[in-house]
Design a protein around this ligand. Structure first.
Ligand code: 0X9
Ligand code: ZN
Length: 462
């Protein structure tokens, strides 16, 4: 059989199996799940998802993503999970154990090679930092981009990270594009040159390097890390509000298994240690899919009133064109847009480290986790650019920057509700992006100072 006949047979077998599953499920009822062994992406209406969420979670079904515009929730299931739930499921895709992502997406080695290549080609602008090792001993790397990178500076920091979830391959492409865009446009584009010379930009394209290995070698839909063959969802393992919101699972086999204890995983620790060290003003964690900009809290049904995280999140969502080429992304908190999430990176960063932190879910449900590279990669990374560039512009507009001997200082809006404790960096500097307005800055044993921020950075020595 030649290659094209083989792929045709593959294709028609798939169609047949899908048809059998959804038109003749009694046929499947008679088969043992072990024999079938395959998985299905299905979609149900968001109403049915809300009505049946408790049963769906109990059955351990994997939440894949949402399509808010068309009111669908995507789930990944095995037929054995699906039949007892009797959902009104529409088939989307059958996943075979032999399936692999489009070969143009990256392995962890290819990511490392790319980052080292950037550092070699742009030695004044980029340096590779190892930030920890995965459970299986793979290196996790960050790229640092800033003007005269070899000389330490106290510029405000921003972090972009990708691939908490192994199957979300586009979430690595976006951070790689950020690096590429900044480095290749430096000295040519005035905005890029300004961003690179006035901030420290840290990029971690692939946090879940072990999970990524599993995606390439055994399961294209693998989400978690590689802990004991069952895996822990790194994005449920952070210690803030761990296991407090019905937003994660204690079942080791579930795809949102939170791990045995808070921050039990080396990948979680690598990111936490790095954030504690660099104190970024902003973070974007890239995921897929759903065309969303999500801001804290994922656990708790609110965002604190008067904060800055919400208006900036909304502004970013309005700046990203969706895969339909017309509409924009949707902004909100996870419990409203998706489901409650506990133990994720954004809530920990926001609450414990005072980072203005976002999750951006790229691509529509119709593209799924692994869109065809040639068709979708470039358009996706290009459409996200205005959002991260918006954050870089914010860092040189409504920024309060200064020095203090304290370990943290308080910034409180004069006649307003906003107040925030900001961490002071080891070198005695601090940075905070705020909404325009007047703020009282205070530190232990220091006289408070009042500053007014309009649209350019304000410097304060406390
Ligand atoms: O569930 C998740 O971890 C993220 N969605 S995904 O489908 N990519 O797995 C959403 C996390 C959102 N959390 C907060 N913004 N706090
Ligand atoms: Zn994800």
């Amino acid at each position: 059989m030649n290659k094209s006949q083989k792929s045709q047979r593959h294709f028609s077998q798939r169609k047949l199996l899908l048809a059998l599953l959804f038109t003749a499920s009694p046929f499947f009822l008679g088969m043992s799940p072990a024999k079938v062994g395959n998985r299905y992406m299905i979609k149900i209406t968001d109403q049915e998802f809300r009505d049946r969420q408790a049963d769906i979670r109990k059955q351990g079904l994997d939440y894949a993503g949402v399509d808010l515009k068309n009111h669908f929730v995507y789930l990944l299931s095995r037929d054995a999970d699906l039949v007892p739930l009797a959902l009104h499921a529409q088939p989307v895709q059958q996943i075979f154990s032999s399936d692999r992502p489009d070969a143009k997406y990256k392995t962890s080695d290819q990511v490392a090679t790319k980052l080292l290549g950037y550092a070699a080609s742009f030695p004044d602008l980029a340096a590779v930092l190892p930030i920890g090792k995965s459970l299986e001993g793979r290196d996790i790397f960050a790229l640092k981009i800033t003007g005269k990178v070899q000389t330490p500076n106290s510029r405000p920091a921003i972090l972009f990270n990708g691939m908490h979830h192994a199957r979300e391959v586009m979430s690595t492409e976006v951070p790689l594009d950020i690096a590429d865009y900044l480095l290749t446009n430096y000295g040519k584009d005035a905005s890029v040159t300004h961003w690179v010379d006035s901030t420290q930009i840290y990029i971690i394209p692939m946090l879940n390097v072990d999970g990524n290995h599993l995606v390439w070698t055994s399961d294209s839909m693998w989400r978690k890390n590689a802990r004991d063959g069952v895996g822990v969802d790194i994005n449920r393992n952070y210690p803030f509000a761990w296991n407090t919101c019905n937003g994660s699972s204690s079942n080791r086999n579930a795809d949102d298994y939170r791990g045995p204890s808070p921050a039990s995983e080396p990948e979680t620790n690598a990111l936490m240690n790095f954030v504690t060290q660099i104190h970024p003003v902003f973070d974007i964690s890239f995921h897929s899919f759903g065309e969303l900009v999500i801001y804290p809290y994922g656990c708790g049904s609110h965002t604190e009133p008067g904060t800055i995280v919400e208006p900036i999140g909304r502004a970013m969502a309005d700046l990203i064109t969706a895969d339909d080429g017309r509409s924009k992304y949707t902004a909100g908190i996870a419990p409203d847009l998706l489901y409650s999430v506990d133990g994720d990176d954004n809530d920990w960063m926001y609450h414990e480290q005072h980072v203005i932190a976002y999750t951006i879910e790229v691509n529509a449900g119709s593209q799924g986790f692994q869109p065809k590279y040639d068709r979708w990669r470039d358009s996706t990374v290009k459409r996200v650019r205005p959002a991260w560039q918006y954050l870089l512009n914010k860092m040189s507009s409504t920024l309060i920057t200064g020095t203090s001997h304290a370990s943290s200082i308080r910034i409180a809006e004069v006649n307003g509700r906003y107040s925030e404790d900001i961490k002071v960096n080891e070198d005695g500097t601090f940075h905070a992006v705020v909404n325009p307005g007047s703020y009282e800055l205070s530190g232990p044993g220091r006289h408070a100072k009042i500053v007014t921020v309009v649209k350019t950075p304000v410097h304060v020595d406390l």
